[in-house]
Design a protein around this ligand. Sequence first.
Ligand code: AMP
Length: 517
Amino acid sequence: MNVALWLASSARLHPQAPALLTGTTVQADYATFARRAAAIGAGLVRDYGIQSGDRVALFASNCTEYLECMYAVWWIGAVVIPINAKLHGREAAWICDNAGARLAFVDDDSRGALVQVEEDLPTGMQMLSIDSETYRELQHGEPTSLVPLPHEDNDLAWLFYTSGTTGRPKGVMLSHGNLVAMSMCYLADVDQVHQHDAILYAAPISHGAGLYNFIHIRMAARHVVPESQGFEPDEVLDLGRALGDVAMFAAPTMVRRLVDAAKKRGETGEGLRTIVYGGGPMYLADIRDAIATMGQRFVQIYGQGESPMTIASLPRAFHADTEHPRYLERLASVGPAQSVMSVRITGADGKSLPTGETGEVEAKGPAVMLGYWNNDKANAETLKDGWLRTGDVGRLDEDGFLTLSDRSKDVIISGGTNIYPREVEEALLTHPAVREVSAIGVPEPDWGEVVVACVVLEPGASADDAALDAHCLANIARFKRPKRYVYLDALPKNNYGKVLKTELREMMRASASAGAG
Ligand code: AMP
């Protein structure tokens, strides 16, 4: 089926339900939202020659028009390519070219970025600004059909470009069936959704946060874009109070900032019913602090673009089950496989490993992508007999809880032994002076690699190498402790809130060669 049918159905069943909001201001109800999507879709066909199967890029900051454009594209059976608004024009142009985009929805800012790199854009690609009069006219134009084009489950819906921290991004092909499977898992494994709920887009709609639109369309809930168009912890807390029944997706680093703001205001996050976190490691010390400050509002998901938001999940109940003998182990895990997924752990030979052993995490099920766009080599490396090789290292316990160590490329090999940076990070984060930490491997002739901890201290706190070393010695094996500490004001993060270990390694390399020179 076509995901746009969910919008058409909600518009029929709940025409007056508030659909699109900027802050607390309602921009459109469901009838208006669906009519605009159909009218813009009709305009894409009529004025721009877009046909079913064509790729249409969306390069803009979060706004309610973002959702209108996506559904306009699906309405006419075309494919959407949401692009992170923070990307450089050249990077966005590369994606448009790789995908063979025929049109790009832009806003006035991103149009400027693309115009500067016009020579890199695919030949004949048209641009349509959502800030333009033309767009306003399309919104109010004549919808050709009030029913979206039919679709097969395996038809392509969303080309999801990976963040590409190493090498060029890859276009993950997500089908309508993938998106439906993901959405059904939300109800089974993450949270219930009702019409009075609000999904808040405080993280880019081009990524995980945007993938949660579907189930909220299906249930005719409210879609809220903060006025700041991004993540401002105080604004989120205010919106929670004003709107009530809010659900949102947040990277763990965003949760951290939200918890700090809640503490400062002496609040618990009233009105924020569910905070779904994932996309990077949530440290035990941080989630315990979050629960102590804000209560039971948290659900964890583990997924990746290649199986969007849907590999494992740790629902609210496991966050609350403090009496369970393995409560803390479970809280440090990403939970059991989501309903439609199977998870296994494999060794270097690709064979399944027994329970408890550490190896590569593989996932199989209807949320797994169709494959990468025009990339046979990456497909052959990543998909084997329907199993997705995630590139993550982890282990399963006897109850099926999956605990992740790290991305395999982040594992540090020192003196021939594997050291998982996450263990070092978890240990250092229990030191009261440490606010954030990222452990990386830095090349060293005797050991191959040594552990370097990049530490951000709590404001006003002080700690030195000796204090942190003593803390590590008291908590983890000797050989795992960092050989060096680097103190930073902040960790480099991408627009999705993920810590950029590649950038940290680059910084260390640059400072080592500056030192040598
Ligand atoms: P992306 O495709 O950009 O969403 O990145 C997916 C990667 O983020 C995964 O392969 C994991 O390495 C990491 N990740 C996602 N969710 C979690 C989680 N709950 N805990 C730890 N790492 C995660």
